[in-house]
Design a protein around this ligand. Sequence first.
Ligand code: PMV
Length: 331
Amino acid sequence: MKTARATAHANIALVKYWGKRWPGQADLNLPEVGSLSLTLDHYRSETRVAPAEADTFVLDENPGSELEQRRVFQHLDRIWAATGRSGKRPPVDVHSNNHLPTAAGLASSASGFAALTLAGAMAFDLGWDRARLSALARRASGSAARSLWGGWVRLDRGKAPDGSDCQARPIFPQDHLDVLLLVVRTASGKKPLGSTEAMEHTRKTSPYYPAWVETHERDLDAACRVLERRDLDALGPVVEHSAFKMHACIMASDPALLYWNGVTLEVIRAVWQARAAGLVGFVTSDAGPHVKVLCASASAHALATRLRDVPGVIETLTLAPGPDATAEVVG
Ligand code: PMV
């Protein structure tokens, strides 16, 4: 095997993925719905996979937790199995650096597993194209499938029971629309419940889950259509609707599951007030308390200034659309 290094950027879902096609095989990790995302610059994971005497995983210069180690090595086993080579996977040394807050609802699993998939595939000489690699990345984390490309990316739900048609694809380049994304952090620390567990809880107990699934593809198609004509004013309402539908569905689980805090709500209200005052920004939020605001570049500075003043906001970052993931052999 070789030593390979990859960099993948985080992405934010604008039309959300929530829920797994179950009972399918858990290892295939098949989403129940498709999704649309924007890859971000700046927030990224850099991962190096190298031959070693024994498996080791270092995350941000610390040994990864037991759970993180299990997920990483299990994924490397998948990549090795995909090569079709017989025998046990060779032991590897994995070094990963997240240039983003890990597990805070800011999608570190997306960039992390996208980078691991690309570096692992190159280290093991798996000559697959990116579309197939995205289906492989999906098995570690649904959102990781989308981080293989820059710009605007669609992950198709697909129909095949083996998940082979559940791949992401780039639909518009990084500079397609003149937007910025504000990440408004409203809490520090890790999110309360991992997304896999939470998705299963929602699927099993939320009476709104069937409605979420049933109405979802319409949002996805609508978002892609208005995005094609670069219509942010039409895209924004679809983005907000998808996020609120996902959170309403999650909240209606039994017992309830609530990712937001009071500051989350104040930030959402502040964005709506800013919009009423003529600024162009639309909210979304993932499995955590932070708010992300998709905004017209021209409105970003004024919006960020307003949101920084909301009591309880920890920081507000302004990010641009980001590039494709990259990978190279380094030894
Ligand atoms: O891919 P996961 O398991 O990190 O789940 C992602 C779920 C959301 O971030 C809430 C939505 C999405 O499409 O990224």
